[in-house]
Design a protein around this ligand. Structure first.
Ligand code: SAM
Length: 298
């Protein structure tokens, strides 16, 4: 009888191979089967041994229904064949990535598994844009929220409570950005609160939009921002102005600021001018431009 294999639920981080954990890289090198999602860079998959079976299980473009049942069945089937399976997920597997459900399913079916944390976009996307989500001077608390459930008919999000948190990081929020901004404003957050969107963080096509809570939805529409993108709201966003001139991107030798095009927008409440910046790293070769900006993760 074949000995049952093991499943590793592995966080791939933002996609860049240098941002994998050592454990993730080691597992990728030895896995017999790799089941991966959208937003995993080719260089990461290239770590696999030549004989490894690589199975893409991301959602096809334009398809919004879940493939979760198929993924569950695949993981169980491959483990029962005695295989060492890496289930590779973007960012951290247990943050809005359905990794919890996959672990639950494996446990229910008696399959051994290990979970390997990854660098989540909730921290890496703001960081890439020069935004420290906490700062001794301006932000003592941070909340990570899904914008996916932020619709007119969904009351699961406590907007009042969120409006009291210093920094809000919203994942999967682009489609509902207008609603999110309105709910937070009604809950008491000033429309002048700085806000930023980081799209495709740590990819060749990364772009950053800086605005205010009151204007971010319209600015995002004008800038054609599409998922995957992370929305950050709070005074912490202002730090970017200071850092962007000097902070360099992974593998780069130029400051981010040299690649920025700025369009000034009205002053913030403290008189500091915010700007609508878009950052294009398309010239850079450090990461593969494998995906178009229009591809939808949500
Ligand atoms: C389904 S959630 C998965 C999050 C993932 N588990 C993590 O820890 O980063 C997908 C959301 O993460 C954010 N995201 C993922 N990759 C991103 C990137 N490269 N740049 C900006 N945001 C990203 C976006 O908000 C996207 O809609």
């Amino acid at each position: 009888m074949t000995k049952t294999g093991k499943v590793y639920l592995v966080g791939a981080g933002p996609g860049h191979p240098d941002l994998l954990t050592i454990r993730a890289a080691e597992l990728l090198k030895t896995a017999e089967v790799i089941v991966y999602d959208r937003l995993i860079q080719d260089e990461v998959l290239a770590l696999a041994k030549p004989s490894a079976e690589k199975i893409f299980m991301g959602k096809p473009l334009g398809r919004h229904c879940s493939r979760q049942d198929e993924i569950h069945d695949l993981l169980i089937r491959k483990a029962r064949e005695g295989k060492t399976v890496v289930r590779l997920k973007g960012g951290d597997p247990f943050l809005f990535g359905r990794g919890g459900e996959e672990a639950e399913y494996l446990a229910e079916h008696g399959i051994s598994f290990e979970v390997v944390p990854g660098v989540s976009s909730c921290l890496s996307a703001p960081l890439s844009a020069g935004i420290a989500v906490t700062h001794r001077d301006s932000a003592s608390s941070v909340a990570i929220v899904t914008g996916h459930q932020a619709s007119e008919h969904d009351d699961r999000i406590d907007w009042q409570a969120l409006s009291k948190v210093d920094t809000l990081v919203v994942l999967m929020g682009i489609h509902n950005i207008e609603h999110i901004a309105r709910k937070l404003t009604v809950a008491g957050l000033s429309p002048d609160t700085p806000a930023a969107i980081i799209q495709m963080a740590f990819w060749a096509s990364e772009s950053v939009l800086v605005s205010t809570l009151g204007a971010i939805a319209e600015d995002a529409r004008h800038a054609s921002i599409a998922p995957p993108a992370t929305l950050v709201i709070g005074q912490a966003v202002r730090l970017r102005e200071k850092l962007k001139h000097h902070q360099q991107h992974i593998g780069e030798h130029v400051s981010l600021d040299s690649l920025i095009h700025s369009v000034p927008i009205p002053d913030g409440p403290s008189g500091d001018a915010l700007s609508l910046d878009t950052l294009s790293l398309e010239e850079e070769s450090c990461v593969s431009p494998a995906l178009s900006e229009k591809e939808v993760l949500q």
